[in-house]
Design a binder for this molecule. Sequence first.
Ligand code: AHR
Length: 992
Amino acid sequence: MKIEANTNITIKPSDLYDETIDHSGYIGKPFGWNSPFYGEMDDFRIYDVALNEEQVAALVYEDMTDTQIVTAAKDDLKLEDTDIITQNIKLPTSIYGTDIRWKSSDTSHLDNNGNVTRPLMEEAAIVVDLTATITKNDVSHIKDYAATILPMDAAPYKIEINASEKGADISPYLFGLFFEDINYALDGGLYPELVQNKSFEYLKSEDDAMVQTYAGLHAWYKLERGGGVGSITTASTSSIHPNNPNYLRITATTSGTGVGVYNTGFPDAENTSINPTPSMNIAKNELYNFSLYARSDYYTGPIEVSLTSADGVIVYAKTLIEGVTSEWNKLSCVLQPNESTSTARLQILMKDTGVLDIDMVSLFPQKTWKNRENGVRHDLGKMLYDMKPKFFRFPGGCLVEGRVVSNRYQWKDTVGPLEERKNIHNNWAFTGAYPYYNQSNSFGFYEYFVLSKDLEAEPIPCISAGISHPEKGSFKPTTVPLDEMDELVQDAIDLVDFANSTDMNNKWAKLRADMGHPEPFNMKYLEIGNENGGDEYYERYKLFSDALRRSHPNIKLIVSGGFGMNDDINLATWERMQKGTIDADIVDDHYYIGSEVFYEKMNQYDNYDRNLGTVFVGEYASWGNALHNGLAEATYMTHLVENGDVVELAAYAPLFAKRNYTQWGTDAIFFDNTSAYGTVNYYVQKLFMKNTGDITLTSEIIKRGNTSHKIQGAIGLGSKNTAVEFSNVKVIDNNSAEVIFRDDFSSDGSDWTAMAGTWAINDGVFAQTNTSIPNAHVYTGHIRSENYTLTLKARKTSGAEGILINLGQQDPNNYLRLNLGGWGNTKSGFEKIVDGRVRLMTPYYDRAKYPIVVDNQWYEIKLIVTGNRVKCYINNELQFDIIDRIKSGPVYCVVSKENTTGDIIVKVTNPQNTKQMVALNFNNIDYINPIGLKTVLKGNDLNDANTFDNPRNIVPVTVRINAVSGTNKVELEPYSFTIFRLSTVEGNELEF
Ligand code: AHR
């Protein structure tokens, strides 16, 4: 429903933008990192629901004539794939306000409402003519379709698998986890400490965390019981450790039944962290370790420790501890509640008058995952372990960078005794609603390494490169001056020693041993910086890489690859990799994008140079946690596996989000103080981690009636806003040397069909002379060979761009194209046009490497096609060698094999709303057990999701299936991600 409209607007979106305020989500500033929109707008409307594509289009057609509307409706009217109909189809009755009537030529197989009756098994397919009459008032147009109704036993798709042809060696580290303390993931989350602000060091972030003020009493409240009178304050003389300067001083002037404090714990209820409602979650009969440091010159009496209801009336556990002396002294006890509740508070009371100093107050469940003393929350740790991640990247993210460099994450502040670690404010406090978001650092680098080990995952630390996080309005990142970088570089060297050294004379190796882990952690990877770029980053990165290559040459170094797919930083980093001006093993690409973009960009890594360095997709997610997000990610991940030789590591992000305390909207696991659930995205990750395989097998999805995925079809010539000339076009079959096609333009050019442009033949030259046509294009013939060579000469005579050569054209909207001198004649690349949408096949970073076009200079172009591979020579020099692995869907798959079991794993997504039968054809295989496992993740609607109320709405289900080879078919549910696991070893039992 439209709720507001204004057609006379003078204000610009950018006028709404004030760079000193975080306007994320405001009109004109959609997201933190995006620039404001500096444009103008007219006819401004607000709706209370998001409009769908058709509703948006209807708005566009509001001011058009009936003829224009009917024409547009005819153009845009689409049916699902009518070549392979196996079930009822939807026949729209209206579009853009038109009326649509349907007429079928054979209502016994397809009636006028779209109901289908399939021919019986082994009968032939039936082709039905379907006519739509589209009417608006007095104007009508007709649109015809041919619908092929498949017989009962026919599968519309087949997956051809060549079991003896290896594709890629899949990296053993694909896929893993990325953990960051964002969304209250650590303190109040994975780290199960129940006391908030236990060391009285909390900072409150002001001004979006650019400035912090001391908030040492946050989450603590004074208690005066039974006539007791006293005061509480923080103090800092003679503290436990300089890193932990503040503590709590309780003064009891009248004892009553007790003077002291209570702590609320970490909240999970709505209304921000300012809400003082006690929210400790305690379980009946579980054991909780309580401890504090105490000191007093004026109090030696007992301290009463209790767990009570939110108002303090009901006592769930209580004990007295003694032993206060004039020196800081750790006192402890165990509490065992007699009830379960999620709204408990922890009370600490002096039982007599006096002055008592306390610090490092802790209440920690004995039950942790793997029973680690300073470990992680049991349910959350188990959820991670159950995924079977191959690596664990920590501790961030932007967190590493710091809001300013002085607030960067420094691993040395997070190791050693807990009371000697430094509390710092959290980067993610900046969103304003979470001003008290701090990092106690009680879970620090030692604990991260132990957790990685417990998860059986490679630890991948990320450290600050000495540059802070840049995204606050006009605020520029701060940097550690180059001449002060030695300390950071030394920290990196020491980190490797902390993780790996066995030399107990090394201070950091000894610290690790003293903390309980004499054995090395065998860290293999280290990442320097997060999403950093620009000269200031690259020159700092070099200081690290130079030093680390000398001190620890076996460590693989990871360099930042930017924020956003193919953004400027990404491009700059990869170009430096090409030029050899960065010494890194792996580039860390990050992107958060719409689910539809994952389909568009599936081939991102298909043609990456395998000798340049590998890829870490360190953070990726589609915006949201609905089924369509999970399916888009699963589809994209099939291609990450296909490219598992160059994509060495990949991790969805972020990992955790706390209910009501979430700053980032794409998360794998949601939790509150009492429960947790996995999102669809979590299950997609988990399924991939458990079913990655070691090698890919070459495979192809072929739609019924189509030939296989080879570069076959018409050839084309073209340009964009450019005058071009072509001559001597020749295609020969590489096997027979037969000339399949030739045109020396000595005749009239009638072999060619012109789609757009001004084309003419003069003196053996085919010329396109219009410089203002964005897609001038002619095509001819149909090359059926899959092994052929196209040669021609081409030149540009004037205009903005360069020369286009098309191959494998199925129709004018589907082909592969060499774009020589594209992007304003600054770059060159290969592209694939799928349903009119352009996808870049050559790596984005690569485009500048290839020649651009010089006016009036003839180029000899040779394209050698073998199957789905093209080698392109320009003036006899090899320029491109690309493989077309782009799958056009709507079913997507990857096939891999596991070395240890010999199992073949077929992962396939069906993001459409119809069930699909697929024939799985295994070629070149001796044995395959027809009884296999089928695991399906599916939903009824693309917007379905898991929630706290319905946490298992969409979860994978595994069943045994019979018969998957030969002519047998498997079924793909609508909106599903399916994994088939099949044994190739006789006698091997498949495990559920
Ligand atoms: O995952 C959330 C954030 O996204 C990470 O901190 C950062 O690296 C990226 O910008």
